[in-house]
Design a binder for this molecule. Structure first.
Ligand code: PHE
Length: 454
């Protein structure tokens, strides 16, 4: 009874659209618009996309559904939800891993997010006018390796996310996601229309849509699996925390499918906004991480209306990053407010100070002669590699195993029945994927270990 009383007082999402906007806001991020297009570019186009879609269906989505179920059942933060569902067992360690991963992801992610503000300003003020492509590349190099500017932009970005988080779940995260996400969709559609109507765009469309299996290596397959985790924001308690804010009337299987579709469609649209334009101006599509910050400014310089479309593009990147950063912060804030009994404001302040510290170290690790280089990789790269290739896969693996083998069947059926007429398909999906997903994840994980040479 007392538990019910406390759960009714808990902040939460108030509408279906709010849930979808917030969870899709978390999923759609730099992973979709910055990372997805360049890994597609590096791995030979649409054959890679096909593998990615399979990974989403068999690996990413099952973990997403599991997180929603565990969170809504637990009605609490990532640590306590496990304690409530499986008392006196060590499974709550998954929640702890999630909190560590949250700090690490915020460490590098907010730095790139800060770049988007700088690039938005540079584009609106016509800062690239008259530059050659070498000069554009040098501008990126100079900015990303300087010791002050990236930190300043990172702090500005963190403050903006705090402004959203300040209102709480309903009046903060939900309210802003409901405005920002439709805005994001509108902008990306405008950019796609601009890109596909450029003369010579068809080559880029073909690159994206025509499968070329000869370029599909084993490491590309594993990249696709790893990215399906990162892109859906699963494996570290983000969707679990959001799941704890979803009311009992919602059908979690439908919510899961909607988020996966939205996330994938937006990643594909990002590809359609980028590749036709890149090909139309004869630029190399395999530029890697620099695709967005080096290749695209070149494209915008040559494109009719480039200043406006360039500004829209960096604004899009900014919104995508903002709603994702907010969701990662919320994992930590939910824990600190509920477990340490801090006020939301105090929890936010403390978390933000810690994140600013970690992000600053990450930004500084990119400066020339930095001492924050370990085994040939900067701290920034370590945070990325360790989370995407190690922590998220282990977290996802344990979450799937927890739902598939520990979670009680009657409780599972009870959660799935909410807002749903038949649970047969979802039960079958869980039964199949609880074997497939762990095996696939274990492979990604071993690959991750190989990459970082343990
Ligand atoms: N899904 C986000 C993206 O694609 C990143 C993210 C990872 C957000 C993990 C939350 C948790 O950019």
């Amino acid at each position: 009874m007392s538990q019910e009383l406390s759960s009714t007082k808990r902040d939460g999402f108030s509408s279906r659209f709010g849930i979808i906007a917030a969870a899709a806001g978390s999923a759609v991020g730099l992973g979709n618009i910055w990372k997805f297009p360049y890994i597609v570019g590096e791995n030979g186009g649409s054959a890679f996309i096909l593998v990615y879609l399979i990974a989403i269906l068999l690996v990413g989505m099952p973990v997403l559904l599991a997180e929603f179920i565990i969170g809504r059942r637990g009605q609490s933060n990532a640590v306590r939800s496990f304690k409530k569902i499986a008392p006196k067992t060590p499974w709550f360690g998954i929640g702890w891993m999630g909190i560590v991963a949250a700090f690490m992801i915020l460490g590098f992610y907010t730095v790139i997010a800060g770049y988007t503000i700088h690039y938005f300003i540079l584009t609106v003020t016509n800062g690239f006018a008259g530059m050659t492509s070498d000069q554009i590349a040098n501008t990126y190099q100079a900015f990303s390796t300087s010791s002050v500017a990236p930190i300043v932009y990172t702090i500005i970005f963190i403050l903006l996310s705090l402004a959203i988080l300040f209102g709480g779940v309903k009046e903060g995260i939900e309210k802003y996601s409901k405005i920002l996400m439709p805005g994001l969709v509108g902008i990306i559609i405008l950019l796609v229309i601009r890109a596909v109507t450029l003369p010579g765009a068809s080559e880029g469309i073909e690159f994206l849509l025509k499968p070329n299996f000869s370029e599909l290596s084993m490491s590309a397959v594993l990249d696709a699996l790893g990215h399906s985790f990162f892109s859906l924001s699963v494996g570290m308690g983000t969707m679990l925390t959001y799941g704890s804010y979803i009311n009992k009337k919602e059908n979690l299987a439908v919510t899961t499918a909607s988020i996966a579709v939205a996330d994938t469609v937006i990643a594909l649209l990002a590809g359609l906004a980028i590749f036709p334009a890149v090909f139309a101006f004869g630029i190399d599509p395999t530029a890697g991480p620099g695709l967005v910050f080096i290749t695209l400014p070149n494209v915008f310089l040559q494109m009719p209306g480039g200043t406006i479309f360039g500004a829209l593009f960096f604004f899009l990147l900014f919104i995508a990053a903002l709603t994702s950063v907010v969701s990662i912060f919320e994992v930590i804030i939910a824990y600190v407010t509920e477990e340490l009994k801090f006020s939301r404001r105090k929890a936010m302040g403390l978390t933000a100070i810690t994140v600013v510290f970690i992000s600053s170290l990450c930004a500084l690790s990119n400066t020339p002669d930095s001492s924050l280089i370990f085994a040939g990789k900067s701290l920034f790269d370590w945070m990325d590699v360790l989370t995407a290739n190690v922590l998220l896969p282990i977290g996802g693996l344990l979450i799937i195993i927890f739902l598939g083998f520990i979670f009680k069947r009657d409780q599972l059926e009870d959660e799935l029945k909410q807002g749903s007429k038949s649970i047969k398909t979802t039960m079958a999906y869980i039964t199949i994927t609880k074997y497939i997903a762990p095996v696939a994840i274990a492979i990604v994980f071993l690959y991750g270990l190989g990459i970082i040479n343990f």
